[in-house]
Design a binder for this molecule. Structure first.
Ligand SMILES: CC(C)(COP(=O)(O)OP(=O)(O)OC[C@H]1O[C@@H](n2cnc3c(N)ncnc32)[C@H](O)[C@@H]1OP(=O)(O)O)[C@@H](O)C(=O)NCCC(=O)NCCS
Length: 160
């Protein structure tokens, strides 16, 4: 296994958008869902929601990012929109560190966090299960007719 990369978590900013779009467009599930680099870039600019990035230290190379809606559903539940780690940095806890950081931020304000993971992405689903997300069910044909999206939910841990 390669050495665990040293990285810092920082807020997502417009100067990251190009690298974020390249990462998404080159990787599943977005390849299968038909998301091109142009699509991804447009979406980032049109929906400038909060996010965090993991930047390699030293050098600042983008290792991964998360985008989220802090109050995604009636001000009661936050929504994680996208999580991605660069292929060469996967399996080294970069994704876990980013998601846990977002949880810390959103659970200060809302008691619930939800997200969707593609039905053809068993490793992504295993990742969320390991982080304590409960599988609620699958919405068939949600983005493309031939695949579903699986809804996962996590409740804010009880204090103390
Ligand atoms: C899913 C993903 C965000 C996890 O981030 P990560 O930094 O690789 O994950 P961590 O190191 O924190 O945790 C490892 C776990 O993630 C899961 N995983 C998913 N895809 C993986 C991959 N390509 N390589 C290694 N682990 C992966 C596995 O459950 C793994 O646990 P295991 O080692 O017991 O198999 C990342 O692999 C990724 O970007 N995948 C492609 C995009 C994606 O599926 N996004 C999530 C759904 S939208």
């Amino acid at each position: 296994m390669p050495p665990t990369p040293a990285f810092h978590l920082r807020p997502l900013a417009p100067h990251h958008y190009g690298d974020v779009a390249t990462l998404m467009a080159g990787s599943d599930p977005w390849v299968t869902l038909g998301v091109t680099e142009e699509h991804a870039l447009r979406s980032l600019m049109e929906h400038p929601i909060p996010g965090i990035v993991a930047e390699e230290e030293p050098g600042g190379r983008l290792l991964g990012f998360v985008r989220y809606e802090p109050r995604g559903f009636i001000g009661y539940s936050a929504y994680i929109r996208t999580v991605a780690v660069a292929p060469e940095a996967r399996g080294q806890k970069v994704g876990e560190a980013m998601v846990r950081h977002v949880e810390e931020l959103v659970f200060r304000h809302v008691p619930l966090l939800f997200l969707f993971c593609s039905s053809f992405n068993p490793r992504g689903q295993a990742f969320y299960t390991r982080l304590g997300y409960a599988r609620v069910g699958e919405v068939a044909g949600m983005i493309v007719p031939q695949h579903g999206e699986v809804l996962f939910v996590k409740r804010r841990p009880e204090a103390g």
